[in-house]
Design a protein around this ligand. Structure first.
Ligand code: ZN
Length: 268
């Protein structure tokens, strides 16, 4: 119990929520979509204040267009997704609860076509759709902190916010969650008319880079354990898709190449 709990009337509300969490025992989540979005907004405010977010209008417009072309087809909750580019040469991408997705310029710069970035975004969208962050937060922080965050306790928010910014909570998923997000991504891409084979070529680029320049991809590998097994799983998923469904899916566009070149040129 922390200091926040001693104050009324928030204390009463928090007891109720903490009680509800205890009753559900962590099985079915009691965090509503609305609360999840609220949590994501709080996290996004922290992240936006702490990370160098690219402000360029053309870059923002393109990444949101591409990301939402997938998200609006596959997230049954109809929540509004926001995609942001982080001005860092490291390879990384992460998602906050409620549809706030971040991708580093360094990752975009390393793609060879649109389907490769779409694969990364689809994977992050998978984490949001499956609510992996909410599950993770419930597990990592326990009922009290979650209740405090949802009900606006200031001290726990600061704590959670610091972790959000470091992506310590929201980016360390279990291997099972990673597999699930990969499976989702293959499906989401096909549903969105985008070639899922870009996921595999992106994985291969990152694995190659890990051997030649491990520093630049270290963070990505720490939050998204990438092994040959993941590449093989994605290849198997894709092999199971009827050839007719894979025919004619989008791999690249002129707009993507322009966007990537703008990012490569170091736009801020
Ligand atoms: Zn992941």
């Amino acid at each position: 119990m922390n200091g926040v709990l001693r104050r009324a009337p928030r204390a009463a509300r928090m007891m109720t929520l903490a009680g509800a969490l205890a009753v559900t025992g962590g099985c079915a989540s009691m965090v509503s979509t609305e609360q999840e979005v609220q949590l994501g907004q709080q996290g996004a405010a922290q992240v936006n204040a702490q990370l160098p977010i690219v402000r360029d209008g053309a870059v923002n417009s393109y990444v949101n267009q591409l990301g939402n072309s997938i998200a609006r087809r596959v997230d049954p909750r109809g929540i509004q997704y926001t995609f942001r580019v982080v001005n860092s040469n490291e390879v990384n991408a992460f998602a906050l609860p409620g549809g706030f997705v971040y991708v580093n310029a360094g990752l975009i710069a390393r793609t060879s076509n649109m389907s490769e970035l779409a694969g990364v975004l689809a994977h992050e969208i998978g984490h949001v759709v499956e609510r992996h962050s909410v599950e993770q937060l419930e597990r990592a922080q326990g009922a009290n902190l979650l209740a405090s965050v949802l009900l606006g306790g200031s001290s726990p928010i600061a704590q959670a916010g610091a972790q959000v910014a470091g992506t310590a909570v929201f980016a360390h998923y279990s291997r099972d969650a990673e597999r699930e997000a990969d499976r989702d991504a293959v499906r989401f891409l096909v549903q969105s008319g985008i070639d899922p084979r870009g996921m595999v070529s992106m994985f291969q680029t990152l694995l190659r880079e890990q051997k030649s320049q491990p520093g630049a991809v270290e963070r990505w590998f720490s939050t998204h354990p990438l092994t040959e097994e993941r590449v093989q799983n994605a290849q198997q998923e894709i092999a199971a898709i009827p050839a007719a469904s894979l025919r004619g899916l989008a791999v690249n566009t002129t707009a993507y190449t322009q966007f990537r070149n703008r990012v490569r040129a170091g736009v801020r």
